[in-house]
Design a binder for this molecule. Structure first.
Ligand code: 9Z3
Length: 328
């Protein structure tokens, strides 16, 4: 073996894939605007409440599915299923629990406080009057009032920041920006990663520029693997933050094993395991201390109990981290 030949290092190869992903991704169009919003939001919520362990906690909730474009001037894309209900409902319960929330959602998916409104609120909540004015339909008045006042209250208090993505490229760049911006918060930051993130993608430089032509025959394409950024989040972007990922399966036989392996492989603090068909009724929260099954109680959302449990675990994480820092 020559003196400069090097053996394969999987960690180094992974970090090269991560760097390649970001280097070749199309840059975010409004990066400086997002960066400014994040800075102001974090600054505002770092100075408003308490000190030490009692200071305001900030959670980044991701929500909705990422797309994988097949063409640079995108006509077709692959999508990941997620209505955004989990993220939107969780955001409401986090706000209720006193958290400030960075809500990173797929454009067009469910938003906090809109869950009780009809699918098309503009067309279904309003009606025109005889004198050509517009008014809220009586049957929707309570729901509309509640949605508007809760939403405005959160924005006015500066405890809700909404950011939007569509593609896997936008999502991962925005997650990285958010994580790095939250790093100084240490254990007070939480990541609640409910977005359904693509596992495979077409690297930008190998992607067709124009619409792929059907006259060329059947489409045969190889998708590259998206580097799993969960471990980078834990190791580099925000190592002290309390990080929760979600594991979605359609086969209940493999769900809990896959969740446990995600917990250790990506060094998560908790993995919320859910099955597609029953996700609104039952989840299992997997941590190093064991598995907790949560079922929806009648008259409430399952997210109510999920956030209660995670907020308790997060408080313990903050205490532990601060104690360790004081000792060392
Ligand atoms: C989830 O498992 C979410 O709970 C759902 C929520 C997407 C099922 P809805 O938005 O559904 O309320 O309709 N999210 C994570 C899905 C995911 O892609 N997880 C990856 C995986 O399972 C890990 S990052 O491999």
């Amino acid at each position: 073996m020559s003196s400069n030949s090097r053996s394969y290092d999987p960690e180094e190869s992974f970090m090269t894939d991560v760097a390649n992903f970001f280097d070749t991704a199309p840059p975010l169009k409004d990066r400086s605007v997002i960066s400014k919003k994040l800075k102001e939001f974090i600054n505002h919520n770092s100075h408003t409440a308490g000190n030490g362990a009692s200071m305001r906690k900030i959670v980044c909730v991701t929500s909705g599915g990422t797309t994988v474009p097949l063409e640079q001037r995108c006509v077709r894309y692959i999508d990941n299923f997620s209505s955004g209900h989990r993220g939107a409902a969780s955001t409401e319960y986090f706000l209720k629990a006193g958290y400030a929330v960075i809500f990173l959602r797929r454009r067009g998916t469910c938003q906090p406080y809109c869950r009780s409104l009809p699918d098309d609120p503009l067309l279904e909540c309003f009606e025109s009057t005889n004198d050509s004015n517009i008014r809220v339909q009586q049957s929707q008045a309570e729901a509309v009032k509640k949605a508007i006042s809760s939403h405005h209250a959160a924005l006015e208090a500066g405890v809700l920041l909404k950011l939007e993505f569509t593609t896997i490229f936008e999502y991962l760049q925005m997650l990285q920006m958010t994580a790095v911006a939250l790093r100084d918060l240490g254990p007070r930051a939480m990541f609640y990663l409910a977005a359904a993130v693509s596992d495979f993608y077409v690297p930008w430089e190998t992607m067709a520029e124009h619409k792929i032509q059907s006259a060329a025959g059947p489409l045969d394409m190889t998708l590259a693997q998206v580097p799993k950024m969960l471990s980078v989040l834990r190791k580099d972007w925000a190592p002290l933050a309390f990080s929760i990922s979600f594991k979605l399966e359609t086969d209940s036989q493999i769900l809990l094993d896959k969740a446990s392996s995600a917990l250790s492989k990506y060094n998560m603090h908790a993995v919320v395991a859910n099955e597609l068909a029953t996700r609104k009724e039952e989840v299992t929260v997997v941590t190093l201390h064991g598995k907790t099954c949560i079922r929806r109680e009648p008259g409430t959302d399952i997210e109510n109990a999920i956030i209660q449990l995670l907020a308790e675990r997060h408080a313990a994480h903050i205490q532990d981290t601060l104690q360790n820092q004081a000792v060392s």
